[in-house]
Design a protein around this ligand. Structure first.
Ligand code: PNS
Length: 162
């Protein structure tokens, strides 16, 4: 069974993340969307909120082989625990490449048996980031299309009420 893990902060989960999740779910038998419990970075959305966002989007798209989870500590350890042989990451621009190569190199050292695979962002999402969604939402701009429809209203309200 081909098991993959798609890890991230997902603060919040964007349409770009969803696009990667949908495309990756078609390739793996089982795919974990794993939210980083980021104690040091203090995410805006709680772990529970981020999990709910992904679960709602996964349900709306009927992605039956996707399980939403969360992890703390090293990704390599978590991937081994859930028996994932692949780590999934999305790539937007060259700026992502420098960051991703560091993550790749470290995970490779920690777990050489786990392969990292990359999905190039669709051009319409190459500008999109969680920070951008937060900034637009804070100031009352429309986040339509920037996050999955299932979560749009909840995220917009939460950002306005920050
Ligand atoms: O969405 P992000 O913030 O780019 O995701 C980064 C993530 C979660 C993949 C990375 O920070 C991570 O794996 N953190 C867990 C700690 C770890 O394993 N560090 C060593 C490899 S970077």
């Amino acid at each position: 069974m081909k098991i993959g893990v798609y890890p991230g902060s997902f603060d919040p989960f964007t349409s770009g993340h969803m696009d990667v999740l949908v495309r990756a779910s078609a390739i793996f038998d089982k795919l974990y969307a794993a939210v980083l419990i980021n104690k040091s970075k203090q995410p805006f959305f709680s772990t529970e909120e981020r999990i709910c966002q992904i679960e709602a989007a996964v349900k709306a798209e009927n992605l039956n082989n996707v399980e939403v989870s969360c992890f703390d500590g090293l990704l390599a350890d978590y991937a081994k625990r859930i028996k994932a042989s692949f780590i999934v990451r999305g790539l937007r621009a060259m700026t992502d490449f420098e960051y991703e190569i560091q993550i790749y190199a470290m995970n490779r050292k920690l777990a050489p048996e786990i392969e990292t695979v990359y999905f190039m962002a669709k051009p319409e999402y190459s500008f999109l980031s969680s920070s951008m969604v937060k900034e637009v939402g804070y100031f009352g701009g429309s986040i339509e299309g920037l996050v999955p429809k299932a979560n749009q209203n909840l995220i917009a309200e939460r950002l306005l009420k920050r």
